[in-house]
Design a protein around this ligand. Structure first.
Ligand code: GDP
Ligand code: MN
Length: 425
């Protein structure tokens, strides 16, 4: 089914962009979590200003350090800042350089393969001990849908983009299923460390301990993902997590309050953050047709029908069953704040939701917000007649339809016109 596939893909992409649905935390916070479970990392300290970076570096006890931009995105090493400065991870020497590099990073946006063109603002750097790598490995704990168990994914080809390794050398990736309740046994973990090629009895033991503890964290903290890349065997025989990416299950927020307190909204799309305050389920997408729908299923169907007619949704927006004229107005504000939006399609199937509330919100919004784009409306169900009467009386330029197909086709047509003609009511 074209539709379902499209919607699922859009949502997966959108979910990875937003933090709330899949909470991520900064590297310096991940380090604390790892250390609390006895998982070793290079020593590190975060700094929020260049002066703070200077002070941290001055008291470091060594000239050599690593400075790392703290933004919620992978690929920082190969990224660049919007001020032209290249690289979010650098080897540095001394406090003056720490301050200088921190000044180039803090307050600027880091653009990486994962951030999109806009990048993410860097509000802190992490200074880390420089440890020399003998070999870089990859380790991740994830849920495997097909096996219906957690898995430990490892590779001796770490430090690089794991998707590329998976593509060019799939045999270099070892997937180990984990028993949900009992976790990884020490024997399994040790065998894996040996297979991966850790160099000595001591480093194999250390790597095995890391694997076992990563799963303990995954389970106890309701993580959906823990990715360590690189997991480094150092020249002096340590096994250290040198980068960590965590994802946590939103449904566990109620019992993971300490983890969820680490949420950093500066790393999220401001319109998504605003929408959440009003209980709106909003995800920004790449297209130019704003969608306002009640119900997640209907929202997906709406996006699919738009796509079927050659259009491209600008967002996923489910106002839910309990929307009031005020929340509908807020939803409109959010849609209209996106300059990419060339037309809006409102698709409401009134069950619990009352169509007249929606109409009232729409009318309020169009009157107050100076609707600059055409609005196509399809209202069906509870209080439909009242809603239609309200729209008619308002005298506003609104294209009203009974069928979703016609409404979607019109929205697509209008979104493709620079100057749409006057509507017929
Ligand atoms: P990413 O680009 O966002 O994945 O950032 P990483 O934290 O993985 O840093 C990029 C690369 O810098 C890593 O693959 C390592 O090779 C190197 N690196 C990161 N942290 C350290 C560290 O603490 N010490 C040393 N020596 N190298 C590091
Ligand atoms: Mn990395």
């Amino acid at each position: 089914m074209l539709g379902a596939r499209y919607a699922a893909r859009s949502l997966a992409r959108a979910a990875s962009a937003g933090q709330r649905r899949f909470l991520s935390i900064h590297e310096y916070q991940s380090v604390k979590l790892l250390n609390a479970y006895g998982v070793p990392t290079p020593k590190s300290i975060a700094a929020h200003t260049p002066e703070e970076a200077f002070d941290v570096a001055k008291n470091w006890g060594s000239e050599d350090m690593v400075i790392k931009a703290q933004v919620l995105a992978g690929g920082r090493g190969k990224g660049h800042f919007d001020n032209g400065f290249k690289g979010g991870v650098h080897l540095i020497k001394g406090a003056d350089q720490a301050k200088d590099y921190a000044a180039k990073m803090i307050g600027s946006k880091l653009i990486t393969k994962q951030t999109g063109a806009g990048g993410r603002v860097c509000n802190a750097v992490m200074l880390a001990e420089k440890r020399d790598a003998a070999h870089e490995y990859y380790a991740a704990v994830l849920n495997d849908r097909a096996r219906q168990t957690p898995v430990l994914v490892t590779s001796s080809k770490g430090g690089m983009n794991i998707e590329e390794v998976a593509h060019s050398d799939p045999d270099a990736i070892i997937t180990t299923p984990i028993d949900f309740a009992s976790g990884l046994s020490h024997g399994e973990a040790l065998a894996l460390a040996t297979k991966l090629g850790f160099s000595s009895d001591a480093t194999r033991e250390k790597a095995a301990a890391v694997f076992e503890k990563l799963y303990t964290i995954f389970k106890e903290k309701d993580a959906t993902q823990i990715e360590i890349n690189p997991l480094t065997e150092t020249v002096d025989g340590d096994v250290l997590c040198m980068d960590a990416k965590f994802g946590f299950d939103d449904n566990a927020e109620f019992r993971q309050t300490d983890v969820f307190a680490l949420r950093d909204v500066s790393q999220e799309d401001p319109s998504e953050v605003e929408a959440q305050k009003y209980g709106l389920n909003f995800i920004k997408l790449d297209g130019n047709i704003g969608c306002l729908v009640n119900g997640a299923g209907l929202a997906m169907a709406t996006m699919d029908v738009l796509k079927l007619h050659g259009g491209d949704p600008a967002n996923f927006l489910d106002v839910g069953g309990g929307a009031t004229p005020d929340t509908v107005k807020k939803a409109f504000e959010i849609l209209l704040s996106d300059k990419k939006v060339d037309a809006i399609l409102l698709n409401v199937f009134g069950g619990i939701m009352r169509c007249d509330y929606i109409a009232e919100g729409v009318i309020k919004a169009t009157e107050e917000l100076q609707l600059r784009v055409p609005l196509v409306v399809r209202l069906q169900g509870t209080k439909e007649q009242e809603a239609k009467a309200l729209i008619k009386e308002s005298g506003l330029k609104i294209y009203a339809f009974d069928g979703l197909d016609e409404a979607a086709a019109k929205a697509v047509e209008l979104s493709k016109q620079q100057n749409p003609p006057s509507p017929v009511q």
